[in-house]
Ligand binder design. Structure first.
Ligand code: C5P
Length: 243
């Protein structure tokens, strides 16, 4: 097979040119980073788990009518995706207080939100992805007002879907981050869920015990990250060995 042309290397994934002009190949690495890459490690098998889990969530979203960039999984570590124009925002939905929200607001981790909160960070590693108000998003032209309304609606649909799926296997969806992209079809533009949805980008707590099953295990040195992700994959019935 011809060597793939690398077009972007991120902290946890690498993107290559795909077989068609409007496609890319997304490769999931085993690298784990936290605190804007101040903490780093290689976690054997993480890329395989996240590839499979992200496929599972993206396919489920498509099945309920939420468009995504996902086309098909190619192998244990790679998936074929649509080439999209990435909106430079991290869209975070919070159901319970945790992480940077708890720190910023002084609200104890696990406190339920009055309603799901949607917030935006500007995607810029050198700035540490700062939290930005909607005003900035519009004023700096990162998205239009209409797109922003659509992004919030989409993020809340993803939240309902993921919360339900996780609840079904005894896991509380505390919060998550998604990224959105634009796909153009002639004059028509639509928003799609892009990047990945995995325990790297969600907070997942066991409902019974409160055990953390997400990247906080790595951030907070709570144990073996691959074990936690394997637990999520096993409960969802998507262990890599089942593919
Ligand atoms: O750190 P914070 O509490 O703001 O994170 C909220 C959610 O967004 C968490 O699930 C976290 O894993 C995710 N996140 C992410 N990538 C970032 C920042 C946050 O996936 N750069």
């Amino acid at each position: 097979m011809a060597r793939r042309t690398k077009i972007y290397e991120g902290k946890a994934k690498t993107l290559y040119e795909g077989p068609e002009p409007d496609t890319l190949v997304q490769y999931f690495k085993d690298d784990a980073t936290a605190f804007n890459a101040e903490k780093k490690a290689v976690i054997d098998g993480k890329g395989v788990l996240n590839n499979r889990l992200s496929e599972y969530f993206m396919v489920g979203l498509e099945q309920i009518g939420v468009p995504t960039h996902f086309l098909k999984r190619l192998n244990m570590r790679e998936q074929l995706i649509r080439r999209v124009e990435i909106i430079p925002l991290e869209v975070i939905v919070r159901n319970f207080a945790a992480g940077s929200f708890s720190k910023r607001m002084g609200i104890e981790e696990g406190t339920p939100m009055p309603r799901p909160i949607v917030e935006f960070s500007y995607k810029d590693d050198s700035l540490g992805d700062p939290l930005v108000p909607e005003e900035y998003v519009i004023a700096f032209g990162w998205a239009s007002q209409q797109e922003l309304d659509d992004i919030v609606a989409l993020a809340l649909r993803v939240n309902d879907f993921l919360s339900g799926v996780m609840y079904g296997v005894g896991i509380k969806l505390v919060d998550f981050k998604i990224e959105l992209g634009r796909v153009y079809d002639g004059d028509f533009m639509r928003l799609v869920v892009a990047d990945e949805i995995s325990p790297d980008s969600c907070r997942l707590w066991d409902i019974e015990t409160g055990r953390k099953l997400d990247k906080d295990v790595f951030r907070q040195d709570l144990g073996d990250l691959a074990d936690a992700y394997t637990e999520v994959a096993t409960r969802l019935g998507v262990m890599p060995s089942n593919v």
